[in-house]
Design a protein around this ligand. Sequence first.
Ligand code: NAP
Length: 541
Amino acid sequence: MVERVETPHVDVVIVGAGFAGMLAAHNMRKQGHSVQGFEKGADVGGTWYWNRYPGLRCDVESVEYSYSWDEELQQDWTWSERYSAQPEILSYAQHVADRFSLRELFSFNTKVVKAVFDNDANQWTVTTDKGDSYTARWVIMATGALSTPKPIDIPGHESFTGRSLYSTDWPAQPVDFSGKRVAVIGTGSTGIQLATEIAKTAGELYVLQRTPSWTVPAFNRKLSADEVAAVKANYAAERERKRHSMDGLGLPGPEKGAFDATDEERTAYYQYIYENLSPFTYFGSYTDVLVDDAANKTISDFLASKVRERVNDPVIAEKLIPKSYPFGTRRTCIDSGYYEIYNQSNVHLVDLLESPLKRITPTGFEVSTGSTTAETDVDIIVYATGYDAFTGILNEVDLVGIDGKNLRDVWKEGAKTYLGTMSVGFPNLFLVTGPQSPSVLSNVVVSLEQHVEWISDCIEYLTEHGFTRMEATQQAQDEWVAQNNAIGQFTVHRASHSWYMGDNVAGKPHVVLPALMGVGPFRAACTEVAHDGYRGFALAS
Ligand code: NAP
């Protein structure tokens, strides 16, 4: 006789034990729901578990890049530095897991490979790589926006006989670069951090730059006891103010346009931001820098002068200055001495716009120089080539909604959601910081807390009112996406080509992926939808 094994049922499946997944698990348990979480890593931490390359620091100040939902937690935990390095952020995540007993809610080393919606039972069947299945009323995909590396698209990269290193899969043992010839490919946040660190010991370092990034010095430092005390004295109120700001960081900018200030006034203000605040706050500085190209250029001009000050060779400095996109339409980086590495004799900038990268060879890399090619031999190649942002991680799972449709296929022409959290045809499936939510254009901890809290309240409402099904309506989704695209056209993002729009991955459609309206307005829109009985969603029992 074949024994019939019942598929275990829980109220909520949560995928991912990063900052969002941990909070979702905590909230769901507090609300009395049965929870099963899955995490493909061996422990909590998400991005900060997976990323461990040398030089990795957060680009948001630690006192802000941390949870705000528990006053005792934020009072008890003390950050040691202004911008903490990865090990400290990971130990923070582990501390939270210990403190709130969150690990017991997750199966680790377990990847969700498939989830299929049952249209009659209004529930999902979730299957893992271990072959286990669970049914769940609600599924929360807390999988992060930058979780899946972009496939390496450089010819010959598998032929290299030296050591290849990938920023997204860094070896657990420290890598010794001393005296080695090293190439770093990519000059986004990751490449900039890696190159700065590797330049300290490498024999020769070649930084292969296609598009330069803007980067400003972190002015990182140990936090004094007085600074920490001042933050903690006012933590709750400041957090609340930032929740309603444009970027989750909350610089109160002057209520005037860039050209309403004198040149001296503007330069002094930009200098103040440069020395004291996050560079993301430049975007919220004057009222028109986000929409007017000329106003936006005042920031680029200011920052270009800083590059020229920091780099001795004027030719190299010009190559490092971004000229092909408005400020803020690609992620601004924070560095610990990046531009200065080009003043070292062992560091060489390889400008791929001037000499395009042809291929990786068995012994190094080859670039075109007019009608000929030039090959450089190296011992190690480091790939810091970015992510298949927002959709990559969701496409890794077979998410099968109504009528057997896979999210991968439904999003072939571009990812579309309502409020960044649900996509038509996929009832009861919540995305956290998904496409068309502020996510990467904000202090993501502020954004993910808002999203998880909204989802938690929503599940509470549905449960109390006896609803077993929730789905975004086509009209609401279309309007939400159209509104985001319209904001894109209204702002300096209109001409942007970057991973924010999916442009870095071959074949990925150009769509405005992050919500551009800002953190505060996004929160207000979500709150209003909830107050209106979840307007734009079809609810059913
Ligand atoms: P990224 O910003 O997408 O940068 C990837 C780099 O690789 C770009 O310079 C890109 O050039 C280059 N590249 C890609 N394919 C290439 C090719 N075939 N040939 C030559 N160059 C190629 O990725 P990332 O640096 O990993 O950063 C992604 C995001 O992660 C950041 O924006 C940030 O949100 C987050 N992050 C944060 C931190 C932090 O908190 N400190 C650290 C790391 C990452 P093109 O631009 O020309 O394509």
